[in-house]
Design a protein around this ligand. Structure first.
Ligand code: ATP
Ligand code: MG
Length: 401
């Protein structure tokens, strides 16, 4: 594929944090390779990998689309758009001069990195030599080692040499699929999509759960959650969204239980259902967007009373973040504007005037035993409606609703 003038660049991927995983290195690299391959299935690319790096040959016209996708693949620490040539002095000089001539700059600096120690000239010496080539051939420019307009980087490796100017930060984290699956409690709010993003970033796979209470909540509220799920699905393969009919449980709670304990009990029910869905769909942990102290149900006392219904670990990626920090991330991952669309959520429909801030476990248990929640929970779990969110398939969700 290489050779023509339009195909002499590659995307050179740096693994970053992967390189700390000695024993698992191949597993991580293979996972990343598969994820990149799946995400770029619609493009004509060749992907090469070894233990130090990965690079993608692409067609020039696809560069913007491909980098847009690469920016959302976890496990990529940084990348460069690099010209690739064989590791041969003459070839490197010619190509470097050729590509530098196309750039506009007054000052420059050449930085050579030589991981191929068989290459006969050392890095410092070769940087000077290549710098001299540029000075000799391009008029009115000079070297500035501190703040150059153009940094010419030349990476000499055994198989190939890469020439590039800029380094772009990747999404970081670990490749999705290097950890088992978690169940994300995905509401239409700001926090839970951010929690999902962080979970994916650690390499987890995700299913999502949405509790809805139709007719108290609307189909638009559900669509909003689907839109948030689609944003998260850009960072992974696909997400199964399990929609739970929460109406009967919620109505029973508000009919039978003490008002100030309604939210505590509602959340205990959510955790029970999430735990059952973990068993049903092989989730190892629950993930949610709780943040310490944000609302009455997220004081440490509340969390502990709520959490006590399950032995499954609950991961709370945004637990220690300020709302402002969470919003910054929500903006970055493009979920914020969707999250602030005002539709009622089941948590906001039935809000007690004074929810308990320090609930007591025995009171919560006494109150929830006022109705037969076990059978309602089984009914909710058995009547799950699962929507597969797969951006590569262009699913028309209106067909599914
Ligand atoms: P978010 O936390 O997503 O911004 P929120 O702040 O309105 O929304 P809370 O009432 O704080 O939600 O609930 C805390 C967490 O519980 C949410 O982050 C989410 O993980 C989960 N949760 C709340 N409501 C729902 C729901 N209807 N469906 C699924 N999960 C929910
Ligand atoms: Mg919240």
């Amino acid at each position: 594929m290489r050779g023509g003038d339009t195909m002499d660049r590659v995307i050179l991927i740096k693994y970053g944090e992967l390189s700390t995983k000695k024993a698992n290195r191949n597993f991580f690299i293979n996972s990343l390779y598969n994820n990149v391959k799946n995400k770029l299935v619609d493009y004509k690319v060749n992907i090469h990998k070894d233990r130090a790096k990965m690079y993608i040959e692409f067609e020039d016209k696809d560069l913007d689309n491909i980098t847009g996708i690469i920016n959302k693949i976890f496990g990529i620490h940084a990348y460069q758009i690099a010209y690739i040539v064989e590791s041969n002095d003459e070839v490197i000089r010619t190509k470097m001069l050729d590509v530098v001539k196309k750039e506009k700059f007054n000052t420059f600096k050449v930085e050579v990195k030589r991981s191929d120690k068989k290459f006969p000239i050392n890095s410092q010496e070769y940087s000077r030599e290549l710098g001299a080539v540029i000075l000799k051939n391009i008029p009115d420019i000079k070297v500035d080692v501190h703040k150059p307009d153009l940094k010419v980087k030349v990476e000499i490796r055994e198989d190939n040499t890469f020439i590039y100017f800029n380094t772009y930060m990747g999404a970081g984290g670990y490749p999705v699929g290097t950890q088992p699956k978690g169940m994300l409690m995905l509401s239409g709010g700001i926090d839970s999509p951010v929690a999902g993003y962080y979970a994916l970033k650690r390499g987890m796979k995700l299913d999502a759960i949405y509790f809805e209470a139709i007719p108290h909540t609307s189909i638009e509220a559900r669509n909003k959650v689907i839109s948030l799920g689609k944003k998260l699905a850009d960072y992974c393969d696909s997400i199964n969204l399990h929609v739970v009919n929460f109406t009967p449980i919620q109505e029973e709670i508000y009919k039978k239980c003490r008002e100030d304990y309604c939210i505590t009990i509602m959340r205990r029910m959510m955790y029970r259902i999430a735990s059952k869905l973990c068993e049903k769909y092989n989730g190892l942990v629950i993930v949610n967007g709780e943040s310490i102290g944000q609302v009455a149900s997220q004081t440490l006392t509340s969390m502990s009373v709520i959490n006590s219904v399950t032995n499954i670990p609950v991961i709370r990626p945004v637990a220690c973040m300020d709302k402002i920090e969470i919003i910054d991330v929500a903006r970055k991952i493009d979920t914020y504007d969707i999250s602030i669309i005002p539709y009622e959520d089941c948590c906001t429909v039935f809000v007690p005037k004074h929810p308990v801030i320090n609930p007591k476990l025995d009171v919560a248990i006494k109150e929830e035993n006022k109705f037969d929640y076990e059978s309602l929970i089984d009914e909710a779990v058995n009547s799950i409606n699962t929507i597969k969110i797969d951006n590569s398939k262009n699913t028309e969700f209106s067909d599914l609703l």
